[in-house]
Ligand binder design. Structure first.
Ligand code: ATP
Ligand code: MG
Length: 312
């Protein structure tokens, strides 16, 4: 069976005075209707992967590897073909909502636009769908928001308008980059429900990027843990939370408030100065001599893959 999304050996680097390799040979796949979460500390490369899939990286980016979406190589599509996919079959909720809404168009118009462009919906049909999408995201009198402008809303409100605009076409794959950031717990529940409903009703798949591991645990079927631009553990969510195997994954779970709030010592390395051997070794409580010299492979065993000599 073909995967909906198949990322193989993706590498992303940036040219410049000091060229950097940001993503090193990242591979993962997402099946139809499946949700995969990408987690890891700030700066480890989560948004870069999301933008690489949508081909939205800056011109100085060098991309290698393969990104198959429904069997089509995205890295080889023309800009025109990509534009047809974006927002329609493949959508993203951007990490910085405030820049993604157009300040001069009403929310009603911005939400209806993708329906009119991609689905050729008439005005009445588009309005009906816009009202439904707003209601699903917890707006109690949705009609009020048809003539509402982004500058009138709070950051949290605009975040929810943005989610509505990304989900209204029921894309086959939705990439949600920190969709719950800046929202209060009641709003997070609404966003969670909306993403869940999208998966159940429209059979959409989700690539979820989030620092909120509770949110991830409730929504994702599988988790990929990224450290310094590479995957260090990939596992089914239930298996992962029961027993994380990579020392970094163990550190991430240990730093949760319910697990005692124990921070991982040290800082993630700068991407232009990756340590030799295992990239996590300077912070690892279990480091051995070999970890300083050799770079571990991502090894699959039982229901997961782990990049650690302790696991090999
Ligand atoms: N144009 C660029 N040139 C060079 N480096 C870049 C460029 N854009 C991003 N980076 C680097 O790529 C790395 C990964 O960035 P990315 O935005 O993917 O992190 P992230 O995991 O999404 O972090 P956060 O959780 O804070 O959103 C960062 O270290 C960043 O400095
Ligand atoms: Mg990011």
């Amino acid at each position: 069976m073909n995967s909906l999304l198949d990322v193989k050996k993706l590498k992303v680097g940036f040219e410049g005075a000091k060229p950097v390799n940001v993503i090193s040979e990242v591979s993962f796949s997402i099946q139809k209707g499946e949700n995969l979460a990408l987690v890891g500390e700030s700066g480890c490369g989560k948004s870069i992967i999301a933008h690489a899939i949508l081909r939205l990286l800056a011109p100085e980016a060098r991309i290698e590897g393969s990104i198959l979406f429904k069997g089509r190589e995205l890295l080889k599509l023309s800009e025109k073909e990509m534009a047809k996919l974006r927002g329609n079959e493949l959508a993203i909720i951007f990490q910085n909502a405030s820049h993604a809404l157009n300040p001069v168009y009403s929310i009603g118009r911005q939400l209806a636009e993708p329906l009119r462009i991609h689905q050729k919906s008439g005005k009445t049909d588009a309005t009906k769908k816009v009202l439904k999408a707003l209601a699903q995201l917890g707006f109690s009198s949705p009609e009020k928001y048809l003539k509402f402008y982004p500058s009138w809303g709070s950051g949290g409100m605009n975040q929810r308008f943005l989610i509505a605009s990304s989900t209204i076409l029921e894309p086959e794959l939705l990439i949600a980059d920190e969709p719950s950031k800046g929202l209060d717990p009641a709003r997070i529940k609404e966003v969670e429900r909306e993403l869940w409903v999208l998966g159940k009703e429209a059979k959409s798949s989700l690539l979820l990027i989030s620092h909120d591991l509770g949110f991830v645990r409730r929504l994702a079927d599988k988790i990929a843990v990224l450290y310094s631009g590479e995957i260090v553990e990939l596992a089914k969510t239930s298996v992962f939370f029961k027993q994380p195997r990579h020392p970094y994954s163990q550190g991430l779970l240990g730093s949760l408030p319910e697990n005692g709030f124990v921070p991982i010592p040290g800082l993630a390395p700068a991407l232009c100065e990756s340590p030799s051997g295992c990239r996590f070794h300077p912070r690892c409580p279990f480091q051995k001599e070999k970890c300083l010299r050799e770079h571990p492979e991502l090894k699959a065993r039982e229901e997961r893959a782990v990049r650690c000599f302790l696991w090999a």
